[in-house]
Design a protein around this ligand. Structure first.
Ligand code: MIG
Length: 694
């Protein structure tokens, strides 16, 4: 059951697709009050209570014990002391000893989540803005998987998740620094020569002509359509980046048109809001206006015409390097301090003045959007900006070819954007702790509706190491978005550059062999409002140990993953919430399997080995691996699983062309069944049962 409560006058956010009537009373699970900071929602946190959700955020799967802030920020230091990343996903689930409930705070401004931080025994949520909708989700009494059920209901409220093309399940290679046709060709060749699988190459800002959106450097890319075609012939797609900021330069048509039509964000005095990002002086399109989205979305057609089949939207928090006003303030401070660096903290004041230039709160308060018939100051709707850029792109694709799926993932997001595209988790570091942070965010993102997601494998900033990349790929094998990406000036981290490239290739072979299964689970999650990744607590709520596992995830209906995330580890501890078949993969053809009883296990793992667990009574299909997704077929499947004697076992399996936007559960789904005698029923595939343990 979902109930809507309205406080003040909410602004439209486009997060929900079902219009519920506002309830007259107050919700019974929390107290609502007013403070000088805004509207305050609070409820007690008994010792046993757990909290889940908040999508892209730091800290644990269980969110209890920290202060979080919904305020989309371009902050490349994802450390424990931070309270925001690039997205705001205001869904929180409470699982207490007596009851469970969920909250969705549909407000696009700042929200502070004090979840047992000020006081360990209280949750206090402060919504700064003047009006918002609160959705309260309560499960059915007799439901035994209440957390999963609440997520399903919530997803019904917010609408169906984005469905990527099937090729987007392939391995993608990216780097900030690929600046020419030759760079892309080198990457393609590097993979193909060594038979390392690859389905796409991302182009970062270096492909553009002086960082101008929807252009490309004609010297470095003399024939982009030809290049895309040539790569496509090798089954490699090109995925350009688009930034939110539009370069201010007369003669650049996107700028000229935006100016002429008045499509850029304005200051209070009606003049354009001027900022600076990669292109230098820039403007921000006012994505809140449908006509601006239509205009900007249409610009993607230039790159689609050139052969691009996917995009990533960046800098859309929006990130601001500086504004002229900010610069003026900084120089004033500097002038005041000139020749007067006498106090112990003068130099801090000086550096602080300049460090405050980027993403400055004052700047976010100095421009406006047109929301419906209202003019709204940016900070009031800050967290929606990236989501609306994503929407602009998705609408642009639909206008281009409504029947074709395009890959799209964004850095910034808000709930609602999950219907338009996926996300990546931004600028992580080549740190071991960030493998674990990546794992922890995955189920929370799914709860918020974002199914197609992943983090930069190998780490974005800092220099990776061979073993770090290998271990990270072993987690990436299971994430829908599987992309290796790194920052300029860091150690190059394309697989083919490393001494252990064959090991990494073996790891990728497992991904490709699993694609039919992983794609099926992703599509089933999208089409049935399910969760591709879940905390163990969702499936085993009665098991106290399982409820507090923070480094393993349930995947799909059948599986569990438990990656290694520590350097020099020779194995790891795994908790099995039920009997499971352990599959220890080295490559798609080389693995060993062992039935294991519910409980604690220490499992030895060499660097090239990683784990997939399949619940007893279940099986999954493994295909023949290939070097690109289209060559992975379901003609021959090997079934892996541990079956109960005398029991039939069934796998609900989804398959489609992976290309068209018309998807249908009814048409795509079929059952693969192994009956008690061991006979397999499976239309359309030849199944090999050598991997079934009884
Ligand atoms: O300020 O385009 O998160 O993936 O490589 C950095 C350059 C801008 C941030 C993105 C990152 C991308 C980088 N961008």
């Amino acid at each position: 059951m979902i109930r809507r409560y309205t406080y003040g006058t909410p602004l439209p956010t486009d997060a929900v697709v079902k219009q519920l009537n506002t309830e007259p009373g107050a919700p019974d699970c929390l107290t609502v009050s007013k403070s000088t900071d805004g509207t305050v929602l609070s409820f007690p946190l008994p010792e046993e209570a757990m909290l889940f959700g908040l999508g892209e955020q730091l800290h644990g799967i269980n969110k209890r014990g920290h202060l979080y802030r919904s305020w989309n920020s371009d902050d490349p230091q994802h450390t424990e002391s931070k309270s925001s990343l690039y997205a705001s996903h205001n869904l929180l689930l409470y699982a207490g000893p007596e009851r469970s409930f969920g909250l969705f705070v549909d407000d696009p401004g700042e929200v502070i989540w004090d979840l047992g931080y000020t006081r360990m025994d209280a949750a206090v949520i402060t919504v700064a803005g003047g009006g918002f909708d609160l959705y309260v989700i309560t499960p059915e009494e007799n439901e035994d998987r209440q957390l999963t059920a609440m997520c399903r209901e919530f997803r019904g409220l917010i609408g169906r998740s984005y469905v990527p093309p099937r090729w987007a399940m392939g391995y993608l290679q990216s780097r900030w620094g690929y600046a020419s046709e030759e760079d892309l060709v080198t990457v393609a060749r590097g993979h193909r020569d060594k038979h390392i699988p690859l389905d796409g190459i991302c182009m970062d800002i270096d492909y553009m002509e002086r960082f101008k959106d929807f252009t490309w450097n004609r010297e470095a890319f003399p024939d982009l359509p030809g290049l895309c075609e040539c790569l496509k012939a090798q089954h490699i797609r090109v995925i350009p980046i688009i930034d939110a900021g539009v370069k201010a330069e007369e003669g650049y048509d996107v700028f000229d048109e935006g100016e002429e039509k008045g499509f850029f964000c304005k200051r209070e005095d009606g003049k354009d809001f001027v900022t600076a990002v990669w292109p230098g002086e820039s403007r921000l399109p006012d994505f809140f206006r449908p006509e601006v989205r239509a205009w900007f979305g249409e610009k993607y057609h230039r790159l689609l015409d050139a052969g691009a089949e996917g995009f990533w939207n960046d800098m859309n928090e929006p990130a601001l390097f500086y504004t002229p006003e900010g610069l003026r303030r900084a120089y004033e401070t500097a002038d005041a301090l000139r020749g007067a660096l006498t106090e112990y903290d003068s130099s801090f004041k000086l550096s602080g003045a300049f460090n405050a230039l980027a993403n400055n709160p004052e700047d976010y308060r100095s421009f406006y959007h047109t929301v419906g018939d209202r003019t709204v100051r940016h900070d009031r709707v800050h967290n929606l900006y990236g989501a609306l850029m994503t929407k602009a792109a998705a609408e642009g694709f639909a206008a281009y070819r409504a029947e074709k799926r395009y890959l799209l993932f964004s850095r910034s997001s808000y709930i609602g954007a999950h219907r338009c595209g996926g996300i990546w988790m931004g600028d992580n570091c080549s740190w071991w702790s960030h493998i674990l942070l990546h794992l922890k965010m995955l189920p929370s993102l799914n709860m918020a509706g974002f199914l197609y997601c992943g983090a930069d494998l190998g780490g974005f900033t800092a220099n990776t190491t061979e073993d770090l990349l290998e271990r990270w790929l072993q987690l990436g094998v299971f994430t829908p978005l599987m992309r290796n990406h790194s920052a300029q000036h860091t150690r190059e981290q394309e697989i083919y550059r490393f001494s252990i490239w064959e090991m990494m290739r073996g790891t990728l072979s497992v991904r490709y062999a699993l694609i039919p299964y992983l794609y099926s689970e992703l599509m089933l999650s999208a089409l049935t409002d399910g969760l591709y990744f879940r905390p163990l607590a969702f499936d085993f709520p009665e098991d106290r140990t399982a409820c507090h596992v923070e480094d393993q995830l349930m995947l799909g209906t059948q599986c569990m993953i438990a990656p290694v995330y520590e350097q020099n580890a020779v194995g790891r501890h795994v908790y099995l919430p039920c009997d499971m078949l352990m599959v220890r993969f080295r490559t798609a053809e080389d693995y060993d399997m062992e039935p294991m009883a519910q409980g604690h296990h220490w499992i030895e793992l060499k660097l090239n080995e990683f784990l997939l667990f399949i619940k007893r009574g279940c099986f999954i299909p493994l295909a023949r691996p290939a070097e690109y997704t289209e060559a992975v077929t379901t003609e021959r499947l090997r079934l892996l699983g541990w079956l109960n004697p005398g029991e039939k076992s069934t796998l609900r399996f989804y398959e489609d062309d992976g290309v068209t936007t018309q998807v249908s559960l009814r048409e795509g789904v079929r059952d693969i069944a192994v009956d008690t005698g061991g006979a397999v029923q499976c239309d359309g595939s030849v199944c090999d049962t050598a991997g079934l343990v009884r």
